[in-house]
Design a protein around this ligand. Structure first.
Ligand code: ADP
Ligand code: ASP
Ligand code: MG
Length: 420
């Protein structure tokens, strides 16, 4: 007998019929002879609804109260799922993050899991319960409720799987697996049978929101096998995420993602002398502002100045605006402008290591589409280009074609294209 940790996302538990469907899927796993721990997200768009409610009350909610509010979403779905399983004649018990022993850092709205005391879960499993755990939440010192950041239920599931030494962690969603690109944008994207932790981690970090990046990080660290599969097609094995040495790398590019959650900031005419970049990035760090892409332009010798451009999360604009004047004072920049009209298009593939020409092919493809590149950044297995937001889908489709990421089978995904 094994132990499987499963996670069902918001769309899988969006209404009572879907919760009953999940109850049947959970029981199916139990009947195959495994112990089962099931993590659930909040129903449908509940978390978005709660965020909106808070914004109707205040523009500056306290992070503690936001966590108190947002953690309620998962408590609704966990108890309803336990009831649905009981109704079908099986034993199930729901547990909050606190009850499940999930200890996090002392930080609200983006806490990392530090430790899980699995005693209570183990006891429930021994008593033959299916254990349902609220995703996305834990507690820090003093039992204050914390949340793990949007999409964090994936991380709850993987962290539980590692702590319980489960055989596998199954992430059930509204897609049949990990595709070469978001199947809502690229209808001809191909489903991957498997993908390495490294590639999945890069894809998740550059905007493929099918998995929370920290869930992949945790699985990679603990070598926990993970599957992404569909809640609505239970016999489909989905996509297996495994170590890179277990894979054949016969293609340079495995997947593509577009990220519209960033903004570009350009600081113009900073004097070209030692220490100015350090001053700028220290100011940003003191405000807890994470920076992604960075470019410093070639110095203009007549003026002895250069420009520094970087990207930050759109949600951090208020924090940046607070220190904008200070940056101007300290660096005497001629102008600081914020460009919100951007999308970061990235290609990812472990197979691009030691294969020259991939970057050239990417830039060529964008050029043929008449798409101007505003910024470029690379890592060993990733190339990202920042382009105007309106070109997001056009760039994705062209790059999928050139890197053979599309196929004949149209993905069976319901719903509309995301609004950019
Ligand atoms: P859940 O509510 O189950 O956590 P999410 O909305 O967080 O689901 O993630 C699933 C969505 O991720 C899909 O509906 C799909 O549009 C999107 N997605 C983005 N990139 C990919 C990809 N490469 N493969 C599969 N889905 C992707
Ligand atoms: N309900 C939370 C969110 O919408 C967590 C999750 O779904 O993973 O972000
Ligand atoms: Mg998700």
């Amino acid at each position: 007998m094994g132990l499987i940790v499963q996670k069902f996302g918001g769309t899988s538990v969006a209404d009572s019929e879907k919760i009953k469907n999940v109850a049947r899927a959970v029981i199916k796993e139990k009947l195959s002879g495994n112990d089962v721990v099931t993590v659930v997200s909040a129903m449908g768009h509940t978390t978005d609804g709660l965020v909106k409610l808070a914004s109707e009350i205040t523009s500056k909610p306290s992070p503690r109260e936001m966590d108190m509010l947002l953690s309620t979403g998962e408590q609704i779905s966990m108890s309803l799922l336990a009831m649905a399983i009981n109704e079908l004649g099986y034993k199930a018990i729901s547990l909050t993050g606190l009850q499940a022993g999930i200890k996090t850092e002392n930080c609200h709205m983006c806490a990392r899991i530090l430790d899980i005391n699995t005693q209570k879960i183990q006891k429930c499993l021994k008593d033959d319960y299916i254990v349902i755990v609220a995703g996305f939440q834990g507690v820090c010192a003093d039992n204050e409720i914390t949340t793990l950041g949007r999409g964090g239920s994936d991380t709850t599931a993987v962290a539980l799987a590692c702590a319980l030494k489960a055989d596998r962690c199954d992430i059930y969603s509204d897609v049949e697996g990990v595709y070469t690109a978001d199947p809502r944008v690229v209808k001809t994207a191909k489903k991957l049978k498997e993908i390495s932790y490294e590639e999945m981690l890069e894809l998740a970090r550059v905007g493929a929101n099918v998995l929370h990046p920290r869930s992949v990080e945790t699985a990679k660290l603990n070598k926990m096998p993970m599957r992404v599969r569909s809640s609505f097609k239970l016999d489909d094995l989905g996509t297996l995420i495994i170590g890179v040495d277990e894979m054949e790398l016969n293609k340079p590019v495995t997947g593509l993602a577009c990220d519209t959650s960033q903004v570009r900031i350009v600081i113009c005419d900073i004097v070209d002398e030692p220490g100015n970049a350090a001053k700028l990035f220290n100011l940003l760090a003191n405000e807890n502002l994470s920076v992604d892409m960075i470019i410093q332009s070639y110095a203009r010798h007549q003026k002895n100045t250069n420009d520094i451009a970087f990207t930050i999360a759109k949600s951090d604009i208020d924090k940046f605006n607070k220190i904008k004047d200070k940056i101007n004072d300290i660096l005497s920049a001629s102008n600081i402008f914020i460009d919100e009209d951007i999308v970061k298009v990235s290609i990812v593939g472990a197979g691009m290591i030691d294969r020259p020409g991939i970057a050239a092919t990417m830039f060529d493809t964008l050029a043929k589409e008449n798409i101007n590149i505003k910024m470029i950044s690379t890592s060993e297995i990733k190339i990202s280009c920042l382009v105007e937001k309106k070109y997001s889908n056009q760039a994705a489709l062209a790059l999928c074609k050139v890197f053979e990421l599309d196929g004949a089978n149209v993905a069976d995904v319901k719903g509309d294209l995301p609004v950019l």
